[in-house]
Write a protein that binds this ligand. Structure first.
Ligand code: GLU
Length: 450
């Protein structure tokens, strides 16, 4: 891969921009969390096609904490349906801290499933039988979201179990109003275990991407929850996922999100991307300081604000092949061997960041062994926004740096006027009227001057 490294470059750039931020403190009310390495900082992004990108400590393990809440909510919704779940836990932003006693007047029902009170109830709703103990179902569900088998950090679990009296008190209080369907001690114990499940930023990005992808894990292809449940979870994340700063987050960043006190943070761009950050230094609301800054910048950079541009282009890449299979290809063995190495990629429709990433990925996939030059056919492209253009320019220049030249079929100047393309990509991108001419040019380049 090289052209799509332009996406990684953006993550690296944002990582570099915020790595120096030293504000905030690791959570210490769970003693084991205070031992986190303050410098750790990872960013990850997973596309709807399952392409994963990471920067910094994207593979460093940490515990889910509150980031578990939306996924266990998804499990409860799957088991019981929205109406039954809503009888026990609401869907209104509490405007209060994560550990607040935010219970509805009169019923004792917690405000939503993203604050501790609501999450404990959600966990208590997960069916618990001898054949299928609740925690096993939770761990299996979290693992399917992540696309790999997750495990529990016993040290963090033990640390919270030893000190988590506030959550136990909350559970007893909820039961005293009749709004907790099971034993408070058991519910809180299962909740502590789910909070101690170990993940990496890359795992979190896959989990967020699964919600963004309508409940199908884009990496494994497995359907984890229904599209309805995925949408319900994203809706509650959008209004309640960032505790008492949920409104401000939706206003400025515009993505459903969930933060946790270990420093994990996810955001989901529906039908676009799963994003995740990890950095244990937290602000007063319990959200990762660097994570918040980096995901906000990422949303801004890639134009992901939900209210700004909710449209997903249909299929973007219509052809990824090699020049030897073009109908017009001459059949001589010499020419065939050269053409087998020449990639051909055709794109269509309106190109935004989502679509441009697909094109870059297709460029990487195209061509034979070793991959030669590539023909990019943009005749069916109807337009490209500025984000897509800069990503395409950056990708083409990376491709050239890796020794793969490109030729374009771009009668509508979708990549921009030749001068701009030269300036942005550092090369004169040869332009042709047809794919055949471009392919012939590329094969000739491989044949060399003689
Ligand atoms: N296990 C933590 C607690 O219940 C999770 C809180 C959080 O991440 O916000 O206190």
């Amino acid at each position: 891969m090289s052209a799509s490294e332009a996406v990684t470059d953006t993550l690296r750039e944002l990582h570099g921009r915020f790595a120096g931020v030293r504000e905030g403190q690791p959570a210490d009310y769970i003693p084991e969390l205070a031992r986190a390495v303050s410098d750790d900082f990872g960013l990850a992004l997973v596309s709807m096609d399952g392409h994963a990108y990471g920067a910094g400590a994207a593979d460093t393990p940490f515990t889910l904490q509150s980031v578990s809440k939306p996924f266990v909510y998804a499990l409860a919704l799957t088991a019981l349906g929205l109406d039954e779940v809503t009888r026990w836990v609401g869907a209104e932003p509490s405007g209060e801290a994560f550990n607040a006693i935010s219970l509805e007047h009169g019923t004792g029902r917690p405000a939503n499933a993203m604050v501790n009170a609501g999450a404990i109830v959600t966990t208590a709703l997960v069916p618990d039988t001898r054949e299928a103990p609740a925690f096993q179902s939770i761990l299996t569900c979290l693992s399917r979201f992540a696309g790999r088998k997750l495990d529990v950090d016993e040290g963090v679990y033990g640390s919270e179990a030893a000190t988590g009296d506030r959550n136990r008190a909350l559970a007893y209080l909820i039961r005293s109003t009749g709004a907790l369907p099971v034993d408070p001690v058991a519910a809180v114990d299962t909740y502590f275990r789910q909070c101690a499940v170990r993940v990496t930023a890359l795992d979190l990005a896959v989990m967020a991407a699964t919600l963004a992808h309508g409940g199908v894990n884009p990496v494994t292809g497995e359907r984890v929850v229904s599209p309805e449940v995925a949408a319900q979870v994203l809706a509650v994340m959008a209004t309640c996922g960032m505790y008492d700063s949920s409104g401000d987050w939706l206003l400025r960043v515009g993505l459903p999100a969930k933060s946790g006190v270990s420093g994990g943070l996810i955001a989901a761009g529906p039908a676009r991307f799963g994003l995740a950050a990890y950095s244990p230094l937290l602000d007063a609301a319990g959200t990762s300081v660097r994570g918040h800054a980096a995901l906000a910048a990422l949303s801004e950079r890639f134009g992901l604000h939900l209210m700004r541009n909710p449209a997903l282009p249909g299929s973007t890449v219509t052809l990824v092949t090699t020049a030897d299979v073009l109908p017009s290809a001459p059949s001589g063995p010499h020419s065939r061997a050269l053409r087998e190495r020449v990639g051909v990629v055709a794109a269509q429709g309106a190109l935004d960041f989502t679509a441009a990433e697909r094109v870059l990925h297709a460029l990487d996939e195209s061509g034979g062994e070793p991959p030669g030059p590539v023909v990019l056919d943009l005749r069916e492209v109807t337009g490209a926004d500025s984000v897509a253009l800069s990503l395409l320019h950056a990708g083409l220049s990376r491709l050239a740096r890796d020794g793969r030249s490109a030729a374009v079929v771009d009668p509508g100047d979708r990549l921009g006027p030749p001068d701009l393309v030269r300036e942005r990509t550092g090369q004169d991108l040869p332009r042709f009227g047809s794919v055949e001419e471009a392919a012939e040019h590329c094969a000739q380049t491989l044949a060399g001057p003689g």
